[in-house]
Ligand binder design. Structure first.
Ligand SMILES: Nc1ncnc2c1ncn2[C@@H]1O[C@H](COP(=O)(O)OP(=O)(O)OP(=O)(O)O)[C@@H](O)[C@H]1O
Ligand SMILES: [Mg+2]
Length: 254
């Protein structure tokens, strides 16, 4: 599905990603883990075209996307959530999810907003899909709320609803359970399992090791911008380089 080949990104000459190579197979959950500052969010930003890689290639299926702008990559069916929530706080919860259908709505949504009668039907269809997505994440009763007034856990789920509503080819999740309590984390875990059952392909960045090791089909470990391990959760957990990277980072922050 997604293939990264020798991907590198530098910020002012400092490497944030160095020769990152791995694959994200279709229909699986691939977890991307690593200590703070390892380059995980930078990688997601490169895949989504928010950042332009310094070198290397990113292919989605057979298509090279590393030089494409973010709107083009989104149109190819790559959706994401953000480590720091990026919601339209003043818009309603429903409108935030509708924004996730922007690619399909295109100008028809704008025309629908102008109330051209023959487009009313299309508008209703999109709204129904957005409501279904909200329902699935337990947010349907808050559809009319301004997104900004919701609790943090609900905002995290709203981001998931927005990222998944268009049934994209590939969903990139940057720390979807960060800051959530145990019950909320379990609910998100069940949602991610359900998405995989439905055939969705996920790249999951997460620090919650229990979640990652219980859920992921394969795990890629980044440390200082380099892939230091790549395998099943079991293989990765037993890898001495991984233990060293994590213990090293514990020592460094102690
Ligand atoms: N826009 C930027 N300009 C300069 N340096 C950046 C920029 N974005 C990230 N970096 C640097 O790149 C490195 C990787 O950062 P990144 O945010 O990708 O790490 P991360 O693995 O997502 O960490 P965390 O687990 O804390 O979210 C860090 O050293 C960071 O300071
Ligand atoms: Mg990050």
């Amino acid at each position: 599905m997604l293939h990264l080949d020798a991907l590198s990104k530098q910020f002012g000459g400092l490497p944030a990603l160095s020769d990152v190579t791995f694959r994200v197979p279709q229909g699986q959950i691939t977890a991307l883990i690593g200590p703070n500052g390892a380059g995980k969010s930078t990688l997601i930003n490169c895949i989504t075209g928010v950042l332009t890689p310094t070198r290397g290639s990113i292919s989605l299926g057979l298509q090279e996307i590393s030089t494409q702008p973010s709107h083009a990559i989104s149109r190819l069916g790559v959706a994401r959530t953000f480590q720091n929530l990026k919601l339209f706080e003043r818009l309603s919860v429903l409108d935030n999810v509708l924004a996730g259908l922007n690619n399909e709505a295109g100008s028809s949504l704008i025309m629908a907003l102008l109330r051209l009668p023959y487009l009313r039907h299309r508008e209703r269809q999109l709204k129904l899909r957005a409501l279904e997505a909200l329902d699935r994440f337990g947010l349907a009763d808050k559809a009319d709320w301004p997104a900004g007034v919701m609790a943090y856990g609900d905002k995290k789920r709203l981001e998931l609803a927005r990222a998944t509503v268009s049934q994209p080819q590939l969903i990139l999740l940057d720390e979807p359970v960060a800051g959530l309590n145990a019950t909320e984390t379990l609910a998100v875990e069940q949602q991610l399992r359900r998405l995989r059952q439905e055939g969705q392909t996920l790249l999951l960045v997460e620090h919650d090791m229990e979640l990652v090791m219980g859920l992921a089909d394969q795990v890629v470990v980044l440390d200082s911008g380099c892939v230091i391990a790549w395998g099943t959760p079991d293989e990765v957990q037993r890898n001495p380089r991984v233990l060293e990277a994590y213990l090293g980072s514990v020592e460094a922050t102690a």
